[in-house]
Design a protein around this ligand. Structure first.
Ligand code: NCD
Ligand code: ZN
Length: 347
């Protein structure tokens, strides 16, 4: 079979992205705006984006940080807390600019201290989301210190998510950045209103990458990389073209010094070559023909949004990544810094 040299697909969207704020915003957003038409912007700023007003102001700052002429459309989210009100949900829907509410179990990840301590505290709010059709975006990890870090996703699915899906029979739910065979199984068996995003790192690497010749802080993210069997299970679902899995990079830049530290932050910065990373993973799985649906069709279908009108071209050409990119007064190290990819976005 002749190898494919060029791939033209509808312009993709990123359904899970961190662009931060302040003096680094202008260094973060352009990487994504170059490739994606839209991105779901995570609200875990410090302090978190808990109100519609804050989300709309944050949206303006993102638009201001865009390169001239960019049409990139940030799809905003608010951060669910124990005290988010049903009234705020109504406001979010009325704004027309907020596509979801993010659930971080308190303490699960970067800037999640304000997260939900007990899901039952949020039931009236979840009820409003169900009634108004606003999706719940979930960081699916159990946070009890007794739970092994590699089991956190599975325990969360069993103890929190499966009951939640039953409790709210009309609520749209996205299990974000899935990492396990159990998460794949959960989505496969769940009703159609349940979907999942998949990051590039969780289909390109397994947990060995954390200790490749030494500790690799730039491969550390949450949920943490899992064993190879889990990577394979996720990639299988994508390779068969399952419609409820879609692209969400979880690109999460941190300054170099905060990653290369005695207590390094969780988060992998994949935005500079996001679509190229996915192309590599899909090619490895012999599933390049499924990339477009995953990257450009399944997400809009789930969120009930139109697909993008324009197309992008990926060419089989070496793409070299620098050791770091500017990031405010510091630098940020991308996934595969100083390395190469085999696909390149050409226009
Ligand atoms: C994210 C971050 O740095 O904001 N980190 C990560 O490892 N994924 C937070 C998150 O999405 O969990
Ligand atoms: Zn994230």
């Amino acid at each position: 079979m002749a190898t494919i040299e060029e791939l033209r697909i509808r312009r993709p969207d990123d359904w899970h992205l961190h662009v931060r704020d302040g003096d680094v915003l202008g260094d973060a957003v352009p990487h994504s705006a170059r490739q994606f038409a839209r991105a779901v912007i995570m609200p875990n700023l410090k302090p978190p984006v808990v109100s519609v007003e804050q989300a709309l102001q944050y949206r303006e700052r993102i638009l201001d940080a865009l390169p001239q002429g960019s049409n990139f459309n940030p799809l905003m989210t608010i951060y669910l807390t124990d005290s988010t009100s049903p009234k705020e949900i109504r406001k979010a829907v009325d704004s027309g600019l907020i596509v979801g509410v993010k659930l971080y179990p308190a303490g699960a990840t970067t800037h999640s201290d304000a997260g939900v301590t007990d899901i039952r505290n949020t039931y009236p709010t979840l009820q409003a989301m169900q009634d108004l059709g606003l999706p719940l975006l979930v960081h699916g990890e159990a946070t009890a210190p007794s739970v092994d870090i590699f089991d956190r996703e599975q325990v969360f699915i069993d103890n929190t998510l499966i009951p939640l899906v039953e409790q709210f029979p009309g609520l749209k739910i996205v299990l974000e950045h899935i990492t396990t065979a159990q998460a794949v199984e959960f989505v496969r068996e769940a009703p159609e209103r349940v979907g999942a995003t998949v990051t590039p790192q969780h289909i390109l690497m397994n947990r060995n990458a954390l200790f490749q010749g030494g500790m690799r802080p730039h491969h550390f993210c949450l949920p943490v990389l899992k064993r190879e069997t889990h990577r394979v299970a996720i990639m299988e679902a994508l390779a068969e073209g399952h419609p409820r899995f879609f692209l969400g990079t979880d690109s999460a830049p941190h300054p170099q010094g905060a990653k290369e530290s005695a207590c390094g932050c969780a988060g992998i910065f994949s935005a500079p070559a996001a679509i190229e990373f996915y192309a590599e993973a899909f090619e490895q799985a012999g599933a390049l023909d499924k990339l477009e649906a995953f990257a450009s069709l399944n997400g809009p279908a789930f969120y009930g949004l139109p697909v993008n009108e324009d197309f992008i071209t990926l060419r089989r050409e070496p793409l070299s990544l620098p050791e770091a990119y500017p990031f405010g007064k510091e630098r940020v190290v991308p996934l595969r810094a100083g390395g190469q990819l085999s696909w390149r976005l050409v226009d």
